[in-house]
Ligand binder design. Structure first.
Ligand code: 5GP
Ligand code: MN
Length: 337
């Protein structure tokens, strides 16, 4: 594995490039992918973005979205064949191949060279070139650095600026999380100068609620939120029945966990949610409390220190019991790491 600076002099040799990202892409995953897509296309490469799954409507307005190929059962053979036949694969916003779900084997066995651009902890070794920095707030911040290390700032069009701004805005919780460095602010200042439309991006992402989603949030706060002040933990459990009752769509539970984290004194907030026969967990924490370690120790997951996820194959009820038992020791075991 070599640093990404070694790729730059030979980038033009790669005519056919795939960009992929993690399953259930968020705005950073898709914004980074589309930002890089526009840049590489303008330089004359043939580029295909492939996402392992579909993604919520509140990011499908991003410029270039119609060029994205979502892997599914109807295009399986075509997509797997493309992954084998392209020359270079950019892997954005993940560093653990499991996170591309059904594409993992194809990416691992493809003769293409692989480029990892990411900011998650503990990367695996599947890449040939790497731009990896856990201190980056978003992969989109790294894509910005990558582009300007190759070209002048004017290579960043308004479309690219909007894509990258969306990724940085969401991964910093609108510039509120601890990862919001002065460099983040300098980068987004440049993106705004280059055409990012702050109001359009934030309204498109945050202000496109359905009434069902708002009512679901009200219901969850009233009926589903459990607060354990002794252990400084708060969590929601959401069943398939709740999801059906409010006709929830993909992405509709995103952001709910932050209400639990906003309670005074809470150091870890969690959503435990039934999801097609499995149970997905989303963890958020404050300060030095490391939910990524909690997720990898107990729920086959990982992520960032203050935002991570995992999975359970127990029933919803059994997962809640497991979580409650583990939560008792969370403060002592996962604090000030
Ligand atoms: P979310 O709670 O928004 O789904 O995920 C928060 C963060 O946790 C993501 O940015 C990702 O880094 C990480 N994450 C979520 N689910 C998983 C998982 O199943 N495995 C791993 N390794 N990381 C996850
Ligand atoms: Mn990210």
């Amino acid at each position: 594995m070599r640093p990404i600076t070694d790729l730059i002099p030979v980038l033009n040799d790669f005519k056919k490039i795939i960009i992929t990202t993690h399953a259930n892409p968020d705005a950073d995953a898709l914004g980074s992918s589309l930002g890089l897509f526009h840049f590489l296309k303008a330089r004359g490469h043939e580029v295909q973005i492939i996402t392992p799954t579909d993604y919520p409507n509140f990011i499908s307005w991003l410029p270039g979205n119609d060029q994205v190929l979502e892997f599914n059962s109807t295009n399986k053979d075509l997509v797997l064949e493309m992954i084998q036949s392209y020359a270079l694969i950019f892997c954005l916003d993940f560093s653990d191949l499991k996170r591309v779900n059904g594409l993992a084997d194809a990416v691992a066995t493809s003769p293409a060279l692989k480029v990892m651009i990411d900011h998650h902890l503990e990367p695996e070794n599947f890449d040939d070139y790497r731009l990896w920095d856990v201190s980056a707030a978003a992969t989109a911040e790294l894509i910005y650095d990558f582009i300007i290390s190759i070209d002048e700032k004017k290579a960043i069009t308004a479309d690219i600026a909007n894509c990258l701004y969306a990724g940085i805005m969401t991964d910093t919780g609108s510039f509120r999380y601890g990862n919001t460095t002065s460099k983040v602010h300098r980068t987004v200042a440049e993106l705004i100068d280059l055409g990012a439309n702050v109001n359009k991006v934030s309204r498109s992402i945050y202000d496109t609620n359905t009434i069902n989603r708002l009512r679901f949030i009200g219901f969850s706060l009233l009926e589903k939120l459990i607060v354990d002040p002794k252990n400084n933990i708060a969590y929601f459990s959401i069943s398939e029945k709740d999801i059906q009752q409010f006709d929830l769509k993909k992405g509709d539970t995103e952001g709910l966990v932050n209400y639990a984290l906003s309670i005074q004194g809470i150091i870890m907030a969690t959503i435990i949610k039934e999801d097609h026969g499995e149970v997905k967990l989303s963890f958020r924490s404050t300060g030095d409390f490391a939910v990524n370690k909690f997720a990898s120790d107990h729920f086959e997951g990982g992520g960032h220190k203050n935002a991570s996820g995992g999975i359970s194959y127990l029933s919803l009820e059994a997962t809640i019991e497991k979580f409650k038992a583990l939560a008792i020791g969370f403060k002592e075991k996962y604090g000030s790491s």
